[in-house]
Design a protein around this ligand. Structure first.
Ligand code: NAD
Length: 385
């Protein structure tokens, strides 16, 4: 887009198409921030579930429209939470940019319409985990909320108390919680369980997680994995060998017997989630116990999980909620909107769009540049390489 004095980038904010999705990509606070360099148009009602009315958007300087297709046709930038339905891509101008959770590693084929329609797209999942990109790290923002909410789900369903309670009628011991995967969601699940008074233990393949687990007052479960590398250069866990995975499974099955709740959050980016809780481990759990599997979207950490469902198996409740962050739409939208706005600061400059692939954050997150796959992680070639 050529830079013209006084010109502004047109940003469209639409109601999310996914059923049950109440989050909105930009909240009024962000619209206000962006108004110096952008004209923001909002679909009427887009923010209602997230606590933002049309009047709030208008007060922040946005325009409101009921014409969804018109908004798409005139947008330069379309920030979204979830990847929109394929048919919406064809409604955008060629060269328009989409930013959101586009699932490029899990579902690369779904990006084809972006290429076919000459669009530019940035994936929030691919923001590098660097200090400079921290304000744009939407995976962490959403994982924090999911970790918190998973514990509340378990506490609500559990047939006993979470905290130690001493009463004239007797003493109830605290609930026991085991957390699998001590990344962003897992650490928040540990912190929330501790705040509710549970006794917590946690397992992760990254040795670095041990210190963080202990600092939250939980016990770190260690397994001898034979000295193999468990972490990649980006700080993420690697996919383990079957032997190493088995050692974890044995420890988990042993500890599952004595815990009331298991919160499973283990993931390996771009791969199926590691299967950590076997059917035999669930068979060994006490009736009334609860498993909340947050890895359902990538296949689940528990062999018996049914993604998106909650059911009982031999008295054990298995839950694998798929979009827990969306169950706290106000704060999820606030955090996500701040992440997106920080990223927009990199690509909206002087009222114009500028895609500088020399910037490591822009390059890492770009999955399409005017219809071209420029991302080596997706089999593309970076320009000039
Ligand atoms: P994630 O969602 O990919 O995985 C969740 C957890 O599962 C991770 O801790 C991982 O080690 C663990 N895991 C994977 N395979 C496992 C297995 N077989 N058994 C047990 N545990 C397994 O990761 P995440 O939560 O997004 O974050 C991963 C890392 O990135 C952490 O070190 C986190 O602190 C770091 N991080 C850094 C920044 C930053 O520096 N800006 C931001 C966010 C996260």
């Amino acid at each position: 887009m050529a830079e013209t004095p006084g010109a502004k980038v047109r940003i469209a904010v639409l109601r999310e198409a996914l059923p049950g999705e109440g989050r909105v990509a930009l909240v009024p606070e962000s619209v206000k921030k962006l108004s110096a360099s952008a004209e923001v148009m909002v679909e009427s009602g887009a923010g209602v579930v997230a606590g933002a009315s049309d009047a709030d958007y208008t007060a922040a300087g946005a325009g409101i429209s009921k014409d969804r297709n018109g908004l798409l046709a005139s947008a330069d930038v379309w920030p979204v939470v979830n990847r929109p339905p394929a048919e919406d891509f064809a409604k955008l101008k060629r060269g328009a940019a989409i930013i959101g959770f586009l699932r490029p590693l899990d579902e690369p084929a779904a990006l084809q319409p972006l290429y076919a329609n000459g669009l530019t797209a940035f994936s929030m999942e691919l923001m590098p985990r660097t200090t400079r990109a921290q304000s744009m790290d939407a995976l962490s923002s959403m994982a924090t909320l999911a970790g918190y909410k998973a514990v509340l789900l378990a506490a609500e369903r559990l047939n006993r108390l979470f905290p130690l309670m001493m009463t004239a009628a007797g003493t109830a011991p605290p609930a026991r919680v085991m957390v699998l995967g001590a990344g962003v969601a897992g650490l928040q699940a540990i912190a929330t369980s501790r705040r509710l008074g549970a006794v917590v233990e946690a397992y992760d393949v990254r040795a670095a997680a041990g210190e963080q687990v202990r600092s939250l007052g939980a016990k770190f479960l260690e397994v001898d994995l034979g000295g193999i590398a468990t972490e990649d250069s980006g700080g993420y866990a690697r996919e383990l060998t079957p032997e190493a995975l088995d050692r974890g499974k044995v420890l988990i099955a042993e500890h599952a017997r004595t815990n009331d709740v298991v919160i499973a959050t283990a993931q390996v980016p771009g791969k199926r989630a590691p299967l950590l809780i076997t059917k035999e481990a669930v068979d060994g759990m006490r009736p009334g116990s609860i498993i909340v599997d947050l890895a359902g979207a990538s296949g689940g950490n528990c062999a018996l999980s049914k993604p998106g469902e909650a059911y009982e198996y031999n008295g054990v409740t298995l839950m694998a909620p798929l979009n827990l962050a969306a169950s706290v739409p106000v704060h999820a939208s606030q955090f996500y909107s701040r992440n997106v706005t920080a990223f927009l600061g990199l690509i909206v400059q002087g009222g114009a769009l500028k895609f500088d692939l020399g910037d490591d954050i822009v390059a890492a997150s770009c999955v399409a540049l005017q219809g071209a796959n420029v991302n080596p992680r997706l089999g593309g070639t970076a320009p000039g390489k």
